[in-house]
Design a protein around this ligand. Structure first.
Ligand code: ADP
Ligand code: MG
Length: 231
């Protein structure tokens, strides 16, 4: 029996108030197991990004429990959360959040520098990661000089370069063509298998379902079932 990296129980989250109240999450039950690639799929607006934000401690749920590596993430102070993320979690936001004024490699180096990895080593590890993602020739480019797909791959490199135990990706292939999307998922799949970490991927992209160990369907703020279970 594999241990659980993420356990959500009855997670609820509303936005707004009174007339404009939105029930974004209505009691989410979810487990992510160590070493698996778990996909979360569902229509736009069903609460996927909200759920990822709670799992990563960016948002606080209104009720219910969300444990990540046995820590009730929202019981941590802001400072503890920052430390926890820095050490254990990598993410790719839907809106990438690359820093526009620095190069691709400098963006990728950020988590390593934050973790006080020596600068030379941080550089070498970042080159390796960018090379794996097919971006060896683009390391010195500014994000604004890169295509959407290249930027997405830089964001993915930044999320995994410090080898976090949990990587969370919000629509990582949405701007990639089929071939690049598959290539990126293949590399991410290898990270999970080889380095025994866990990956949660939110996606709309049916073309990448084959890379998942499990696929959970989400609708209207709830997990409503499982699409496939190959293990
Ligand atoms: N900051 C916010 N304020 C108000 N409503 C929000 C906010 N963020 C998301 N929502 C609403 O919550 C619901 C879930 O949104 P979201 O988690 O972004 O869904 P998804 O990622 O599946 O598209 C949607 O109805 C959305 O409009
Ligand atoms: Mg979203």
């Amino acid at each position: 029996m594999k241990s659980h990296v993420v356990t959500c129980r009855g997670v609820k989250k509303d936005y707004g108030s009174e007339a404009s109240l939105v029930h974004a999450l209505r009691g989410v039950e979810l487990e992510a197991r160590a070493g698996e690639l778990l996909m979360l799929v569902g229509p736009s607006g069903c609460g996927k990004t909200t759920l990822l934000s709670i799992i990563t401690g960016i948002l606080h749920q209104d009720s219910g429990s969300c444990k990540v590596f046995d820590e009730e993430i929202n019981h941590l102070t802001e400072r503890e959360k920052t430390l926890f993320r820095k050490n254990h979690i990598g993410f790719v936001f839907q809106t990438l959040h690359l820093i526009p004024s620095i190069t691709a490699i400098e963006n990728v180096m950020i988590p390593l520098i934050l973790n006080e990895v020596d600068k030379e080593e941080a550089y070498d590890r970042s080159v390796k990661m960018l090379t794996r993602m097919g971006l060896a020739h683009r390391i010195d480019a500014l994000p604004s000089h890169m295509s959407g797909g290249e930027q997405q791959r830089v964001a993915i490199c930044r999320s995994c370069v410090h080898e976090p135990q949990l990587i969370v990706c919000d629509e990582p292939t949405s701007t990639l063509d089929h071939e690049t999307g598959s290539e990126v998922m293949k590399l991410m799949r290898e990270l999970v298998v080889n380095e025994s970490n866990t990956l949660i991927v939110v996606t709309h992209d049916t073309r990448i379902y084959g890379f998942a160990d499990r696929i959970l369907r989400m609708d209207d703020g709830e997990i409503i079932g499982e699409l496939k279970n190959s293990h």
